[in-house]
Design a protein around this ligand. Structure first.
Ligand SMILES: C[S@@+](CC[C@H](N)C(=O)[O-])C[C@H]1O[C@@H](n2cnc3c(N)ncnc32)[C@H](O)[C@@H]1O
Length: 214
């Protein structure tokens, strides 16, 4: 009887230890990411998103419990850190692509320092080709590379975007760079529900896939 009580007690202690470790390690990562972002605030210089847009992407992922993310245009990793931070909470992973070796390397270093490397697969590649080749599926996409290719990125991603998934694009307030064509195209798709968040200077389009294509 005493042995059985001891076994129960040991199991209970183990469960408490596992739960405590989980809670601790979660908040540990939050602290690390927050510290990193606070230290870099106002210093992002490589066409990176402003903080508010990073927060917006983070919140969309959490709200919808997304797990399979794709970012087109890593730069030095500011948006990638916000996306990966959200994915660390949903149990997901991000593939992010950039064609520029210097920025890619800096992003990889930043991901490590922020503590989110485990949630990111950073690729040095031409997204024109790689986006077409990636198998998917994805439930969250952030398009932030060459604006005149946005429509093509959307066309290549659509078959791999899950129903309920979301295609977001940055800088949609820009003019004369393919953005108009992209917005006209995405709004013409009857299975995509598109809104524009214009709270930042850049503007972010948010398009939810409601069904398979026409
Ligand atoms: C606006 S920046 C991305 C900023 C990043 N999302 C952030 O907030 O930290 C655009 C990036 O897209 C990359 N890019 C442009 N054309 C590309 C292509 N064809 N394939 C991959 N990356 C590309 C550029 O090298 C640049 O680093």
């Amino acid at each position: 009887m005493k042995n059985v009580a001891n076994v129960y007690l040991s199991v209970l202690i183990l469960i408490i230890a596992v739960c405590t470790t989980q809670v601790f390690s979660d908040s540990e990562l939050d602290r690390r990411v927050k510290n990193f972002l606070a230290a870099r605030q106002g210093q992002w210089k490589d066409m990176n998103v402003p903080e508010g847009d990073g927060q917006l992407l983070h919140d969309i992922i959490l709200k919808n419990n997304y797990k399979k993310a794709l970012e087109i245009g890593t730069s030095t990793g500011h948006s990638g850190i916000w996306i990966a931070w959200a994915l660390s909470k949903t149990g997901g992973k991000l593939i992010t692509i950039d064609i520029d070796e210097g920025r890619h390397k800096q992003a990889v270093a930043n991901f490590k320092e922020a503590g989110v490397s485990d949630y990111i697969d950073a690729r040095l590649a031409d997204a024109h080709q790689l986006v077409r080749e990636l198998e998917g599926p994805f439930d969250f996409v952030f398009s932030d590379a060459d604006k005149d290719w946005y429509t093509n990125y959307l066309k290549d991603v659509m078959p791999k975007l899950e129903i309920g998934g979301c295609f977001t694009a940055h800088n949609v307030k820009m003019r004369g760079t393919g953005i108009r064509e992209f917005l006209d195209y995405v709004k013409s798709l009857s299975n995509m529900e598109t809104t524009i968040d214009d709270s930042s200077r850049a503007g972010v389009s948010i398009s939810y896939k409601r069904s398979d294509g026409p």
